[in-house]
Design a protein. Sequence first.
Length: 83
Amino acid sequence: MTPERCKFAVEYTDTFGGEANYCWVERRQFDAPADISDRALLRRAKRLVGLNGVRGRVENYGDELRFYPYRMARVLFVNTVEW
């Protein structure tokens, strides 16, 4: 049986050469249902850092989502903190 809610961590930072640079970083956390879809999870994370309506490339590594906004040297990481 899986728990009803999970805690997720969001990191939004700059990139250099396509890799996370961490010259500056914004960190946030939020709770969401354990069975939330990747799309809904990313939508919530983008809203937290002010990226509503911004399009980009998504990479899914199973336990981590990465969002690279188009024409911006930035990356958004979404990770599970607690089950």
